[in-house]
Design a protein around this ligand. Structure first.
Ligand SMILES: NCC[C@H](CC(=O)O)[C@@H](CN)CCC(=O)O
Ligand SMILES: [Zn+2]
Length: 328
C-alpha cells in the first residue's frame, strides 16, 4: 500500500474533520430576510415559507428581540405593502410612511447593533409587478428604471439603512445607485450589495406568495439571467464590480455553486454573498418533512457547500435556526 493512499488518518476524529474546512459557518455569516407589511400590528404566517411570517412595524421588537439576543447580526428587509396604491413606477417603494422606511427607523432605534440591509426593487410596488419601469411594448425602459431605483435606494439610506441591495437586475443600476449615494453624501456611509448574478429561477415562488410580487403578465426572463448563462453571470459580476458594488451576490445559491466560485475568482477582493432563496429553503424543509434526510444536517450540508464555493455571506431563512445550531 502506497503511503499516499492513506487519507483516513487525517480525518479519523471529529476535531480533525472540523479542521478540513477552509472556513466554517459562523453566526455573523447569516443575514436574515424578513418581510415587513403595512399593517403595523400584523403577524401573518406564510404557508409556502414554513416558519416565516410577515410582520408589522409595531411587532418588530417582539420578533427580532429574541433573535438579537441569540446573536442575530444582520437582516435584509422586504416590503409587503398590501394597502398601498401601486402604479407604473412603484411610487410606494420610497413612501416615508411605508413599511420599509418605518421598519428601518424602528429597527435602528430598537437594535443599534443590528446591521440593516434593504432590498431595492420595484416589483413589490408596481401595478404590473415587474422589477423596472416598462416601455409601452412592455420591454424594460432602462434609464427611468435605474433612476427610480437610485431614488429608492437613497431614500432607504437616508432613513438609516447600513446597506442597500438592488435585486432588480436592470442594466446600469449599480452605477446609478452609487452615483446617487455619492452625490447625496452617502457614498462612504452605505454599503452597496449587488445581486450581480441573479437567475430567472423557478425557486422564487414562496417569496412571491409572501411579497405579492409576481409579475402580472409575462416573466422576468429578459432581465434575470438565463439559468444556463455562466458567461453572462461572469460578465455581470465584472460589470458590477466596476460600477462600484461593495458586495457581489449570487442568487439562487445551491443550483449555482459554480457561479459562486466564479464570483470569488472574479471579485477576489469583495465579500461574496449568496441567497438561499425561498424555494431552496422550502425544498430542504419539505425533504426533511418527507423523511428523506435530517433537517439540520441538510441545512448545514447546503450552506457549507456555499461556503466551500466561496461565499462569505449567506442570506437564508434558516438564520434563526443557525443561531441555535451554531451555539455549541
Ligand atoms: N426583486 C425580485 C424578487 C426576487 C425574485 C423574484 O421574485 O423574481 C427575490 C427577492 N430578492 C426572491 C427571493 C426568494 O425567493 O427568497
Ligand atoms: Zn423585483
Amino acid at each position: 500500500m502506497q503511503v499516499s493512499s492513506i487519507l483516513q488518518g487525517g480525518y479519523q476524529h471529529p476535531l480533525s474533520r472540523k479542521w478540513q474546512a477552509r472556513r466554517s459557518l459562523e453566526k455573523s455569516m447569516f443575514m436574515y430576510p424578513i418581510f415587513i407589511t403595512d399593517d403595523p400590528s400584523a403577524k401573518v404566517d406564510i404557508p409556502t415559507l414554513p416558519g416565516q411570517s410577515r410582520w408589522g412595524v409595531d411587532r418588530l421588537e417582539e420578533f427580532l428581540g429574541p433573535l438579537v439576543k441569540k446573536g442575530l447580526s444582520s437582516v435584509i428587509l422586504f416590503g409587503v405593502p398590501l394597502k398601498a396604491q401601486k402604479d407604473e413606477k412603484g411610487t410606494p417603494a420610497d413612501d416615508t410612511e411605508g413599511p420599509v422606511i418605518q421598519a428601518i427607523r424602528r429597527i435602528r432605534s430598537a437594535f443599534p447593533s443590528l446591521y440593516v440591509a434593504t432590498d431595492v426593487c420595484l416589483c413589490e410596488y408596481t401595478s404590473h409587478g415587474h422589477c423596472g419601469i416598462l416601455n409601452h411594448d412592455h420591454t424594460i425602459n432602462t434609464e427611468p428604471s435605474t433612476e427610480r431605483l437610485a431614488q429608492v435606494a437613497l431614500s432607504y439610506a437616508q432613513a438609516g439603512a447600513h446597506c442597500v441591495a438592488p435585486s432588480d437586475m436592470m442594466d446600469g443600476r449599480i452605477l446609478a445607485i452609487k452615483r446617487k449615494l455619492i452625490d447625496a453624501g452617502y457614498g462612504n456611509k452605505v454599503t452597496l450589495m449587488s445581486y450581480a448574478a441573479k437567475f430567472a429561477s423557478g425557486l422564487y415562488g414562496p417569496f412571491r406568495d409572501a411579497a405579492g410580487s409576481a409579475p402580472s403578465f409575462g416573466d422576468r426572463k429578459c432581465y434575470q439571467l438565463p439559468p444556463q448563462a455562466k458567461g453572462l453571470a461572469r460578465r455581470a459580476i465584472i460589470r458590477d464590480v466596476n460600477e462600484g458594488a461593495d458586495i457581489i451576490m449570487v442568487k439562487p445559491a445551491l443550483p449555482y455553486l459554480d457561479v459562486i466560485s466564479d464570483a470569488s475568482e472574479l471579485a477576489p477582493d469583495h465579500p461574496v454573498a449568496c441567497y438561499q432563496v425561498s424555494g431552496e429553503y422550502a425544498m430542504v424543509v419539505a425533504g426533511a418533512n418527507a423523511g428523506v434526510y435530517d433537517l439540520k444536517a441538510m441545512a448545514f450540508e447546503t450552506t457549507e457547500s456555499m461556503v466551500r464555493a466561496g461565499a462569505t455571506l449567506i442570506l437564508s431563512y434558516f438564520t434563526p435556526q443557525f443561531l441555535d445550531w451554531l451555539d455549541v
